[in-house]
Design a protein around this ligand. Structure first.
Ligand code: KIV
Length: 281
């Protein structure tokens, strides 16, 4: 990637990847430094996820995060990103409590947050919301299967669509989202056979998280794959590095250096001209 100027990823480019069979990569980011690294790594889509609630703000549920926090973090991410498509995750209050405000809130992600698209989770009246936002010219990413904002209605954080009847419902949801104008759909925590059936039936890309390998792309919560989170990790998370251990090592080293008088040393200090020092006494 070094030295190669990449073009900005567009919604059309993401859709074209399904046709050409190229896998789509997506990760979350919530602030400038993380977004900048994810972008430099050549990831196609950066989601400013409402997982912000759990992994950054220490809240219990994604439902606890609102538009103000999401826009604040979306702005930081957008400032950092040069190539990836930035998608803002609509928080629960932005579209599930008041459907009529949904398009206006989606517009805020684009105008204030600097995002190029929004994501919203399946709920009972989501089709009218998707249609309204898409008609306003804002690209929408759908999200079916385990939808954390309404997990209480799904029996908690568990795999969805394990029997044919519930799997068929999820397949129908995904198809309906495509019909209403979604440009792609996230499949969360469903058996790989269900994800495969959806991926084959849709002409828009599917992006899986806990949905097996037969999706058009994959997404993970970045702090999970980096080992930056101290929270429970679901079975589908693959941790690629142990950033917590590295950070702890650095922090403890600093503490020891300071308490032992080893930091700062000459290399990290400023000096005054000796003649000027004399004038001080
Ligand atoms: O908020 C988030 O991180 C998400 C991913 C799990 C797709 O919605």
């Amino acid at each position: 990637m070094k030295g190669v100027t990449q073009e900005r990823i567009t919604v059309d480019r993401i859709k074209a990847k399904k046709k050409s069979g190229e896998k789509i990569t997506m990760l979350t980011a919530y602030d400038y430094p993380l977004a900048s690294l994810v972008d430099q790594a050549g990831i196609d889509i950066i989601l400013v996820g409402d997982s912000l609630a759990n992994v950054v703000l220490g809240l219990e549920s994604t439902k606890e995060v609102g538009m103000a926090e999401m826009i604040h973090h979306a702005r930081a991410v957008s400032r950092a990103v040069k190539n990836a498509l930035v998608v803002g995750d609509m928080p629960f209050e932005a579209y599930q409590t008041d459907t009529s405000r949904a398009a206006a809130n989606a517009g805020r992600f684009i105008e204030e947050g600097g995002c190029q698209a929004v994501k919203l989770e399946w709920f009972d009246h989501c089709l009218e919301v998707v249609s309204c936002v898409a008609k306003a010219g804002i690209p929408v990413m759908g999200h079916v299967g385990l939808t954390p904002q309404t997990a209480d209605k799904l029996g908690g954080y568990r795999v969805q669509g394990k029997d044919a009847a519930s799997a068929r419902k999820i397949i129908d949801h995904a198809r309906a989202l495509e019909e209403q104008g979604c440009f792609c759909v996230v499949l969360e925590c469903v058996p790989s056979q269900v994800a495969e059936a959806i991926t084959k039936r849709l002409s828009i890309p599917t992006i899986g998280i806990g949905a097996g390998r037969n999706c058009d792309g994959q997404v993970l919560v970045t702090p999970d794959l980096l080992g930056f989170s101290d929270q429970h990790k679901p079975k589908f998370v693959k941790q690629y590095v142990d950033v917590r251990a590295l950070i702890l090592e650095g922090l403890r080293h600093f503490r020891d250096d300071v308490t032992q008088g080893l930091f700062p040393d000459e290399a990290h200090s400023y000096r005054m001209d000796p003649d000027e020092v004399k004038k001080l006494y």
